[in-house]
Design a protein around this ligand. Structure first.
Ligand code: ACM
Length: 276
């Protein structure tokens, strides 16, 4: 017999992204700009880009060391928690973390009014990040904020379908995806598939602008987006310029993994037949 389909009621949740153009190394200024961009108090959850307070294009390990911060207390996380308190919201954002044994990580945190709820150290490091950062060795986290279960992954993780699948299997309703994307189109396409194949909402918060701190300049591609569990883009920012967007979502859509009356995205998996 086909399984019956019914949905519990969840009050609508307002989720948004902030697409920023940080100035390299100007942490206080970049934090202040985010505070201005978050002027609209109506989101329950905001997602900010990867390394949003420092900028991305480091040129030495010493430079990362000087800008990296401990978690749970450092200027960036403290500022995020204060913002979350003032606006009564949750925030996911990326920052350079100074961890144990002076290891440096490209990290995302989920903070709320009470402090840090979860941290994630980027597992799949991209390009020169491998020169500065230690890869994370803990799995992708999911934290329940009451209205939804929030999972985190960072930028290049999008190219590995296992990242989003791991989060979905751990119960994530929504994947927060702080990013500094430099390859146009890639993640805007993969994240639609990640949302559709896992039946989750995804929020990619990308940055814009160009950093030319070496002879290779990096141009960040914007087009931050929020995708629904059916793969449809709910909102997308332009490729150029700062932007904030908020949409209202029905989290129950992410709790129903049915594809047809006979098929379920997660229960129909055959992991015993998959190569790992
Ligand atoms: C990236 O992972 N920042 C491309």
């Amino acid at each position: 017999m086909a399984p019956s389909r019914h949905r519990d009621y969840y009050p609508p949740m307002r989720v948004g992204f902030v697409q920023t153009e940080p100035r390299f190394g100007e942490v206080a200024e970049n934090l202040e700009r985010v505070r201005e961009l978050l002027a609209d108090p109506s989101a329950d959850l905001w997602v900010l880009p990867e390394l949003f307070a420092t900028g991305y294009q480091f040129v030495s390990r010493e430079e990362v060391e000087a800008l990296a911060e401990p978690i749970p207390h450092g200027a960036t996380v403290d500022a995020l928690v204060r913002l979350a308190e003032e606006r009564t919201c949750h925030i996911v954002a990326g920052l350079a973390e100074r961890g144990e044994h002076d290891r440096l990580y490209n990290t995302a945190v989920l903070v709320g009014p009470g402090g840090v709820l979860a941290g994630y150290r980027k597992i799949h490091l991209f390009a020169e990040e491998k020169r500065w950062f230690h890869p994370g060795d803990a799995t992708f986290p999911v934290a329940d904020v009451g209205q939804a279960r929030i999972g985190m992954m960072i930028c290049f993780d999008h190219l590995f379908p296992e990242s989003a699948r791991t989060l979905a299997l751990a119960g994530a309703d929504l994947i927060a995806h702080p990013s500094n994307l430099v390859m146009p189109v890639f993640a805007q396409v993969t994240m639609r598939a990640r949302a559709l194949e896992n039946g989750v909402f995804t929020i990619t918060a990308n940055r814009v602008g160009t950093e030319g701190r070496t002879d290779v300049s990096l141009t960040y591609t914007g087009e931050s987006q929020i995708v629904a569990p059916d793969g449809n883009i709910l909102v997308k920012a332009p490729a150029i310029g700062e932007a904030t967007e908020i949409v209202k979502i029905d989290v129950s859509q992410a709790r129903d993994k049915a594809v047809t009356a006979w098929n379920d995205r997660l229960r129909d998996r055959r992991p015993e037949l998959y190569a790992v």
